[in-house]
Design a binder for this molecule. Structure first.
Ligand code: MTE
Ligand code: MO
Length: 420
């Protein structure tokens, strides 16, 4: 399993986004930008050149970070082998079958054995009528930073399930991908049949996903087809998908449950720093930027708090609820979306966007929003700076769900020295 730190690409993209905000702030912002080293970490010309380019919100597919198991990793096999195993669009097949240990009733299972499994052509036929596209941030339940922000496209899983004519005794859907026929390498996940068949208003369907940012899903990203569960952490979005099993078993079988993870946890709202200066001169506004991860309860505010290091906070208030938090600015939706989309343009039929390509609301759940702020009038000394979200219910991070194994959302801290 590979866990990589926040990618330099994501960092640079973010600088492009936030640069516009600081430009809009006018002279104060510009002074901070030009003379006080907002770009100090990469102060060379090339970054400033980059920063004047168009804003990028989506992560280019090959710049996503990856969480994967498998020896060998399926997409590293030679083409011939990938074709043989159905890991290419030309030969891919999905079976949708009843659990042999269960009493599921379905008329028309799609079975590899019987030779009627769904192939890519069949999936594309369904796509003509049912394909959907939506924005979703990919985040691992066990990592503090998102892996990447994408525009995903696929066919709702229920449209395939209905072709199998299921009639009774189904409570859960199990699914897994290619695992080198080695049970020890099996990575599986599951959902309630109810969540698959019906979406709460404002949520996206569970999809069989074959495109990311308008491009065919690469092997590294889980192609030819992966499950994509927009409201959940990454482990539900099984890559190299080949099998869907309907069962009357009411229990989850997720591989992630074995790691003490809460496998029923929708994504949480949380704020993360991106640009955080280590030192600054007194009298200069301190520029801070970050991203907000927008969970099931949405996002109403992002806040920042700066506290002198020698001023210890009372232990009775470990989440700093009584601290002097100040609102940061949540940046508006981008006009160019980046992520290697042609001309940075979103296609016309993205869920929760108008036909003119405008989001119907912002921030949007299960995506990210950028934020920025300037702290002013800070006396020389050493400080800690914290950031947090307030969700759309008015609840501050890390509430309402503070337990670590239901997803990351501890309050992040960074330190800064203000020099005379
Ligand atoms: N087949 C398979 N699917 C998988 C995994 C895996 O190891 N094998 N890892 C899961 C986990 S834990 C996460 S967080 C996401 C990460 O998606 P990404 O690598 O595309 O960023 O993929 C999920 N899907
Ligand atoms: Mo994960």
């Amino acid at each position: 399993m590979k866990n990589q730190p926040l990618s330099p690409e994501l960092y640079e993209q973010h600088l492009e986004v936030t640069r516009r905000y600081f430009m809009q702030l006018g002279t104060v912002g510009l002074t901070a930008l030009n003379t006080q080293g907002l770009w100090a970490r990469d102060s060379d010309e090339s970054l400033l050149t980059d920063a004047t380019e168009d804003l990028e919100y989506l992560t280019p597919p090959n710049e996503f970070r990856t969480v994967e198991r498998g020896k060998p990793l399926p997409y590293t096999l030679p083409l011939e082998k990938r074709l043989e195993l159905g890991l290419e669009r030309r030969t891919w097949k999905l079976e949708v079958i009843p659990d042999p240990k269960s009493n599921v009733q379905m008329v028309n299972p799609l079975s590899r054995e019987k030779g009627n499994a769904l192939d890519f052509k069949g999936l594309m036929k369904l796509a003509q009528k049912h394909a959907v596209r939506f924005l979703k941030v990919m985040t691992c339940l066990n990592m503090k930073e998102p892996l990447g922000m994408g525009l995903w496209e696929g066919v709702p899983l229920r449209n395939v399930i209905w072709t199998t004519k299921p009639t009774a005794n189904i409570r859960r859907v199990y699914f897994y991908g290619h695992h080198n026929e080695d049970p020890k390498q099996l990575f599986q996940s599951s959902l309630s049949i109810n969540r698959v068949l019906e979406d709460p208003p404002g949520d996206n369907p569970i999809i069989l996903c074959y495109k990311l940012n308008g491009q065919w899903l690469s092997g590294r990203r889980g192609g030819p087809v992966r499950m994509l569960v927009s409201d959940a952490y990454g482990f539900k979005s099984v890559k190299w998908l080949k099998s869907v099993v309907l069962t009357n078993n009411h229990q989850a079988n997720d591989t992630y449950a074995k790691g003490n993870n809460d496998i029923d946890s929708p994504m949480k709202s949380m704020a993360r720093f991106i640009y955080k200066p280590l030192k600054e001169k007194a009298g200069t506004p301190i520029a801070i930027t970050g991203l907000a991860h927008v969970g099931i309860s949405g996002l109403s505010r992002v806040q920042v708090w700066i506290n002198p290091q020698d001023k210890k906070w009372p232990k009775e208030d470990p989440c700093f609820t009584k601290a002097h938090w100040q609102d940061a600015k949540i940046l508006p939706p981008p006009t160019k979306w980046g992520g290697d989309l042609p001309e940075g343009k979103l296609p016309s039929d993205v869920r929760f966007f108008t036909s003119e390509g405008q989001p119907k609301h912002w921030p949007m759940r299960y995506t990210i929003a950028h934020w920025a702020t300037l702290l002013k009038g800070i006396a020389p000394g050493k400080y800690d700076i914290y950031c947090r979200t307030i969700d759309a219910n008015g609840i501050a991070q890390p509430m309402p769900r503070p337990f670590r194994k239901s997803g990351p959302n501890t309050i992040q801290k960074t330190s800064i020295t203000i020099e005379i």
